[in-house]
Design a protein around this ligand. Structure first.
Ligand SMILES: Cc1ncc(COP(=O)(O)O)c(C=O)c1O
Length: 398
């Protein structure tokens, strides 16, 4: 097999042309700042699409998370329960406020926060007031269970829906289950502005406050008047033009991502692997990334240090790092599963809560990290290219 001439990406931006029209409008009307029609429009469209009542476009998902943490009233020394298998941005927002993240282990059904571990965490720390829940790779978490537990302990939920725009749980859009919700328009997301994000909430007062904080907390006065600390977190009207041009294609992108997921599932049906799972009766993911988990019995020996990997090839067996290196050899981009937060050197001093029988070393997140990987999931990948990816992955099991 020849390597791909054109690289096959994990998830790259898919532009349609309308983006350029909205950028040009911004340019020609000279609305080249953090105000303008594109911003007004994406705020309206996202609220209409998700069903959340209010939203504010921001520089990125991380700034939206930071403002959500501030709105939740998180202070220095507070505990915040946090999904363990996520991208570092989820946790950074907590640390910015000098609070203590406590990581909650993952469950195998959706690869998201385990409600059983969450309940245990509340039994250990009943005064915790905030839970940040991530919808990993576009699959919703188990919100019925998680929200009921949070409510029982008087805590609020912040939904990090950075990866799951357009995904549904029981027919309701993700990005609406928290008191405060976050989406991202980062370059690899299902809808992108090259960067950007949004904070969503049904609480108008909270969104107004976040809007004010995001523009350096300027008071309503003839001069620059400040009563509290502020941030430069607004989105530019040019970025908003890209997002505005992308939004009509959300459903198309989801359909393409779902087709990719389904084709992988079919292509691997006789291999000792499973796909990143979801509950078909309650969930419609946006299928942002397609992943596989290799059965324990088909794993060759794989050892990862903090920054390097080694594995021993074995007939009939493989491991994520062998598959990733093989994909790379053919000019295709995969990625390891997001390394759990409790395993990150920077988070060593923070607590990790898992279910009965597991430990900090031996738990669900560590296992999925060890045996799983993200496959090329770019919605411009052709069927022929995907067939070849499938063949490459299959060859690793020979
Ligand atoms: C789960 C999750 N949370 C937060 C973020 C941060 O979003 P941004 O890159 O827009 O700051 C990302 C991705 O980038 C993410 O995947």
């Amino acid at each position: 097999m020849e390597p791909f001439k054109k690289r096959v990406w994990l998830s790259s931006p898919t532009m349609h042309g309308d983006e350029m029209n909205h950028i040009t409008e911004a340019y020609e009307s000279n609305w080249m700042s953090t105000e303008g029609e594109n911003l007004v429009e994406i705020e309206r469209i996202i609220c209409e699409k998700t069903g959340c009542r209010y939203g504010v476009p921001l520089s990125c998902g991380t700034s939206a998370l930071h403002l959500a943490i501030k709105l939740a009233g998180v202070k220095q020394g507070d505990n915040v329960f946090c999904s363990d298998m996520t991208f570092g941005a989820t946790v950074n927002s907590v640390v910015y406020e000098k609070a203590n993240p406590i990581f909650i282990d993952t469950e195998y059904d959706t690869w998201n926060m385990d409600p059983v571990a969450l309940e245990k965490a509340f039994e250990m720390y009943p005064d915790t007031k905030v839970v940040i829940v991530v919808n990993l790779y576009g699959t919703p978490a188990k919100y019925d269970e998680i929200c009921a537990i949070a409510q029982k302990y008087g805590a609020i939920v912040i939904e990090d829906a950075a990866e799951s725009l357009g995904a549904l749980y029981k027919g309701k859009q993700t990005g609406t289950f928290g008191k405060y919700n976050v989406i991202s328009f980062n370059g690899n997301k299902i809808i992108t502005g090259s960067s950007g994000g949004m904070l969503l909430s049904d609480d108008k007062e909270a969104v107004d406050k976040a809007r004010k904080w995001s523009t350096q907390s300027r008071e309503n006065a003839p001069w620059y008047q400040h009563e509290e600390v502020g941030y430069n977190y607004r989105m530019s009207n040019v970025i908003a033009g890209i997002v505005r041009g992308q939004l009509p294609y959300l459903q198309e992108h989801i359909a393409q991502k779902k087709a990719i997921y389904d084709r992988y599932k079919e292509g691997f049906k006789d291999l000792p692997v499973t796909m990143n799972p979801y509950d078909e009766s309650t969930m419609a993911p946006n299928f942002w990334l397609s992943c596989i988990l290799i059965d324990e019995k088909a794993m060759c020996k794989q050892e990862r240090s903090d920054t390097t990997t080694s594995f021993v090839t074995e007939k009939g067996k493989t491991c994520p790092d062998e598959i990733l290196q093989t994909l790379e050899k053919y000019n295709a981009e995969g990625r390891p599963i997001w390394k759990p937060m409790h395993m990150q050197p920077i988070n060593r001093m923070y607590e990790f809560v898992t279910v009965e029988g597991n430990t900090r070393e031996c738990n669900v997140g560590a296992d999925i990290f060890h045996r799983g990987l993200c496959l090329p999931s770019d919605n411009k990948m052709t069927e022929e290219e995907q067939d070849k990816i499938i063949e490459i992955v299959r060859s690793c099991f020979e």
